[in-house]
Design a binder for this molecule. Structure first.
Ligand code: SF4
Length: 462
C-alpha cells in the first residue's frame, strides 16, 4: 500500500491497510516483492497525477507480475487515464474505496475478478457479492483495466484509521486521526469536492474510542484532521459543532495533547479560540487557510470571506494566544492575479502575525471553474511570486523563533536525531533539537538556548 498526498488520503490508506490485513492480505516488505500493489492516489495538482503515473510505470517495470490496484482521488477523477497505463489491473474510485480489501481478497484467494457487467453497473455503487465476480480467464484482459468508479455524491462512507509519524512501533508518534471527510464548499480552483464528495463526519463515540485506543497504546499527542475539519458534526441530525468534539475529547479521554490540523477561517469562532487558548491540553497552533490576501482574487476563488474577516480572525487568535504558531495555506498565480493584486496579497500577509506559511503555486485542475478562467498566469511569474512569499515568511518565522530564546517550551520528542541529539516538536509548532538521546513520545520542558537551522536548540529542564 502506498498513499500519496494529504493527511486524509494517508488516513484512508491506514484504514485500507487494516481492512486488507483483516482479509488475510499481509503487507510485503516492498512493491518489488508484492503480489498486489495498492496505490492510493492524490490529484490536487498536476504534479500529483504525474507522481502516481511514474509510480505505476516503475512498479510495473520492476515487478511485472504484480497486480496493481489504483484507488484514491486521481482514480476517481480520471479513471480512463489510469486504466490505459500498462500493468494496472483495477481502477477503484473513492466511490468504491471501502470495497478495495474485498476486491483484492477475491482476486488473491479465489482468483475472482469483478465481472464487466458488475463493473459497468457501477453508477449505483452496488455492494460486492459473489455473483458479481468471475474467474480471471473470463475477464477480457484486452481491457486496459477493470474500473469501478461510481457517482461520488452517492458515496457516504467515511473510512479512516490513525496514521503515525515515524516508521517503527518505537518511533511512532503523534498519530493523525481523520474525523471528517469531503467538503460542501466549492472553491473555484479545488478538485476535492468532486473526488471526495460532500462533508461527512465520524461519529463522536467512534472518535472517543479511537482516541482512547491511542492513549492506551501510549500516544501522548493526536492530530485531528479532515478535509474541512471545522465542519465536523454539521451533517448530523441534530447538528453538532467542532467545538463539541474538542470538548468531548478533553472530557472523555486522557490524551495529553490535541493538535488541530487546519480549520477554515470562518470556523475559528470565538468559542473555538477561547477553548484552544484556555486548555493546556490543546496545542497553541492555528492553521487557517487564506489562499489570497487580495479581495478580488478571493471573490474569483469563491472563498467564503473577505480579507478583513480573515484579518479579524487572525488578530483574535493572536491576542488570545500571543505565543501560538499561526500558519496558512496561500496560493500564488491564480488566474487574473496581476502584479498589483499579488502585491495586495503580499502586503496583506506582511501585516499579519504569521509564523509560517504553506505557499502553493496554482495548478489548473480539469473540471474546476478556474481552469476555464481567462488571464492564466505564466508559470515563471507564479514561481517568482512563490519565492517572494517564502522569503517574506522566512523572516517572520525567524523572528518568532528568536522570541523564545531564553524562554522554556513544552515539547514532545519525535525521534533520535543521531550523534547524541533528539528531534522534538514544541506545543507551538517549533522544531526543537534537544541535546541528548531521548525516547520518542516523551513530553518534556526545554529551555531554548539558540536558533538552529529551521528550528531552535533546546536544553532539557529538570
Ligand atoms: S474548502 Fe475549498 S479548498 Fe478546501 S477542500 Fe473545500 S472546496 Fe477545496
Amino acid at each position: 500500500m502506498q498513499s500519496f498526498g494529504c493527511r486524509a488520503t494517508q488516513a484512508d490508506g491506514a484504514a485500507l491497510d487494516r481492512q486488507l490485513a483483516a482479509q488475510g492480505l499481509n503487507p510485503a516488505n516492498s512493491a518489488l516483492e508484492a503480489d498486489l500493489v495498492v496505490l492510493n492516489t492524490c490529484t490536487v495538482t498536476a504534479a500529483a497525477d504525474q507522481d502516481a503515473r511514474a509510480s505505476i510505470r516503475r512498479i510495473h517495470r520492476e515487478n511485472p507480475d504484480a497486480k496493481i490496484m489504483v484507488t484514491g482521488c486521481y482514480a476517481q477523477r480520471a479513471p480512463q487515464e489510469i486504466a490505459a497505463l500498462p500493468g494496472v489491473t483495477w481502477v477503484v474510485g473513492n466511490s468504491h474505496k471501502h470495497r478495495v480489501a474485498e476486491i483484492a481478497a477475491q482476486a488473491q484467494f479465489r482468483n475472482q475478478y469483478p465481472s464487466e457487467e458488475y463493473a459497468a453497473a457501477q453508477g449505483e455503487v452496488q455492494p460486492v457479492s459473489q455473483q458479481n465476480f468471475v474467474s480471471l480467464e473470463t475477464v477480457s484482459l484486452s481491457a486496459p483495466a477493470i474500473t469501478l468508479v461510481g457517482d461520488i455524491f452517492a458515496h457516504t462512507e467515511l473510512i479512516a484509521a490513525p496514521v503515525f509519524a515515524g516508521d517503527t512501533i518505537g518511533e511512532k508518534t503523534r498519530p493523525n486521526l481523520k474525523v471528517q471527510d469531503g467538503c460542501d464548499n466549492r472553491c473555484s480552483f479545488c478538485i476535492i469536492p468532486s473526488v471526495r464528495s460532500q462533508s461527512r463526519s465520524m461519529a463522536l463515540e467512534r472518535v472517543i474510542e479511537e482516541a482512547n485506543a491511542l492513549v492506551a497504546a501510549g500516544y501522548r499527542e493526536i492530530v485531528l484532521s479532515g478535509i474541512n475539519l471545522g465542519r465536523w458534526g454539521r451533517d448530523f441530525q441534530p447538528q453538532q459543532r467542532f467545538e463539541q468534539l474538542v470538548r468531548a475529547l478533553l472530557e472523555h479521554t486522557d490524551i495529553e495533547k490535541i493538535r488541530i490540523s487546519s480549520v477554515e477561517p470562518m470556523d475559528w469562532t470565538d468559542e473555538l479560540i477561547a477553548l484552544v487558548a484556555g486548555s493546556p491540553r490543546i496545542a497553541k497552533h492555528a492553521h487557517v487557510p487564506l489562499q489570497s490576501g487580495s479581495d478580488c482574487i478571493l471573490r474569483r476563488m469563491h472563498r467564503k470571506y473577505r480579507p478583513w474577516h480573515y484579518a479579524e480572525k487572525i488578530r483574535k487568535i493572536h491576542e488570545a494566544m500571543p505565543d501560538a504558531a499561526i500558519g496558512a495555506d496561500v496560493m500564488v498565480g491564480f488566474p487574473g492575479e496581476s502584479d498589483d493584486l499579488f502585491e495586495e496579497s503580499r502586503s496583506f500577509i506582511e501585516h499579519l502575525p504569521f509564523t509560517y506559511l504553506h505557499v502553493f503555486t496554482y495548478s489548473s485542475r480539469p473540471g474546476t471553474p478556474s481552469a476555464a478562467m481567462p488571464d492564466q498566469v505564466p508559470v515563471h511569474v507564479a514561481r517568482e511570486r512563490n519565492r517572494v512569499l517564502r522569503e517574506l515568511v522566512a523572516e517572520k518565522n525567524r523572528a518568532f523563533r528568536q522570541s523564545f530564546v531564553g524562554q522554556s517550551l513544552e515539547v514532545i520528542t519525535l525521534q533520535a536525531g543521531g550523534d547524541g541529539w533528539t528531534e522534538a516538536l514544541s506545543d507551538n509548532y517549533l522544531q526543537v533539537k534537544i541535546a541528548g538521546q531521548h525516547d520518542p513520545n516523551m513530553m518534556m520542558r526545554v529551555g531554548i538556548a539558540d536558533l538552529e537551522e529551521d528550528g531552535v536548540l533546546g536544553i532539557v529542564q529538570q
